[in-house]
Design a protein around this ligand. Structure first.
Ligand SMILES: Nc1ncnc2c1ncn2[C@@H]1O[C@H](COP(=O)(O)OP(=O)(O)OP(=O)(O)O)[C@@H](O)[C@H]1O
Ligand SMILES: [Mg+2]
Length: 376
């Protein structure tokens, strides 16, 4: 929905020094917005971008909040060009998106930091005069510190704006300054800033994801034509049907599909994977050694195809450019193709790299469970 001629919302006066600092930056500079949840980061980004757009062309906003995404679907880092008529980031048209595949930074920390850096680099390459990077409210604890330092180091901001109550961000801002050499400015939280409930957040994420999946269609992608990342599936050589049958009877498991990798044979069951760790003498594990030996691999991994259902996937072209975001549906062992549900890109035949995320989503956009270690 384009916001035609929206009245210009006023920047709270206590945020004026932040806007002044942004103005004073050299062209091409990035500013990282840091703060705990519900401190007004996104509101500041939107209002400051709008104000800057009145003076400069090509003001970029990078939305690195993968949970409460405003630009592009949740689970991605989006970039948009600011518009003087638009006080809300959500009304800006995404100009580029980078796949992360999670709604929380901790479960895809590497992808999240990389996607934020890619988005910032993309804006810089597009001759952005200022780049405002809005981030998640994940700021407390050693893991948050690691992630923010990684992100800041990669994005190389000239300015770090911390929106904070009292001194709550001082320690983080100090370490970010030391890691990047950026100028640091702390801004207060205006009284008008309100808390958003967990229900509000979940509902908004769901509706944004369902919007993104609105025109989704089922697409079959032959495994031979794609490469995968974030998942074991598609990383090995598919076993021919007679060897799948042999493996199934040797392991006494209903194996539907199997791939031979460098160090492991991965077998896929249509139902849930049986529990492991019941002792080497119990269940399928008792028969795994001869199977591993037969294929010349170290181990046999038993995985569940059902566990892949609904996983967020990013469909990229042969150069790593994100074409579409969707959900994994199924694997057809006979045709050796996967099925995904996603809005089809203009040229579906360009799909080459399928990145699997860490979270499942339902067709209506509601978030499902996160991937457990070793599960896929
Ligand atoms: N100046 C303002 N006037 C009125 N409401 C405001 C103002 N600034 C922020 N708000 C409201 O306060 C809430 C929190 O602000 P915002 O979403 O910008 O914070 P945030 O730090 O980005 O939160 P998150 O942790 O979810 O990223 C929002 O509902 C927003 O609309
Ligand atoms: Mg926000």
């Amino acid at each position: 929905m384009p916001a035609a001629e929206e009245p210009r919302a006023a920047l709270p006066p206590e945020w004026q020094p932040g806007l002044d600092a942004l103005r004073a930056l050299p062209d091409g500079a990035a500013a990282l917005l840091i703060g705990a949840t519900d401190r007004g980061k996104t509101t500041f980004a939107a209002l400051a971008a709008q104000a800057l757009a009145a003076e400069f062309e090509r003001i970029a906003v990078v939305d690195a909040d993968i949970g409460q995404s405003e630009i592009g679907p949740p689970g991605t880092v989006g970039v948009a060009w600011a518009d003087v008529r638009t006080p809300r980031l959500h009304d800006l048209k995404p100009a580029a998106r980078f796949f992360v595949g999670s709604f929380t930074p901790i479960s895809a920390a590497l992808e999240h930091a990389v996607a934020t850096a890619q988005a910032t680099r993309w804006a810089r390459a597009g001759r952005a005069r200022r780049i405002l990077v809005d981030t998640t409210g994940f700021v407390v604890g050693p893991a948050a510190r690691r992630l923010k330092v990684a992100k800041a180091t990669l994005a190389a901001p000239a300015l770090i704006l911390g929106i904070a109550r009292d001194g709550e961000l001082d320690a983080l801002l100090t370490v970010l300054a030391a890691a990047t050499g950026a100028q640091v400015l702390a801004l207060p939280v205006p009284n008008a800033v309100q808390r958003k409930s967990q229900t509000f957040r979940a509902t908004r994420r769901m509706s944004r994801l369902s919007q993104a999946l609105e025109n989704a269609r089922e697409m079959a992608l032959p495994l031979a034509g794609i490469v995968t990342v974030g998942v074991t599936l598609g990383t090995g050589l598919p076993l021919p049907p007679h060897l799948v049958r042999w493996t199934a009877s040797a392991l006494r498991l209903p194996v539907a599909y199997a791939e031979q990798g460098e160090s492991a044979l991965s077998v896929y069951l249509t139902g849930g994977a049986p529990r492991t760790g019941g002792g080497a003498r119990s269940g399928w594990e008792a028969n795994a050694a001869p199977v591993a030996e037969h294929f010349g691999v170290r181990t046999v991994r038993v995985l569940s195809l059902a566990a892949h259902e609904g996983l967020l996937v990013g469909l990229h072209d042969e150069r790593g450019l994100l074409l579409s975001v969707g959900r994994f549906l199924d694997l057809d062992p006979e045709r050796r193709e996967i099925t995904v549900s996603a809005p089809p890109p203009a040229l579906p035949e360009r799909i080459r790299l399928v990145a699997f995320g860490r979270v499942r989503a339902a067709p209506d956009g509601s978030a499902g469970s996160e991937v457990r270690p070793g599960e896929i």
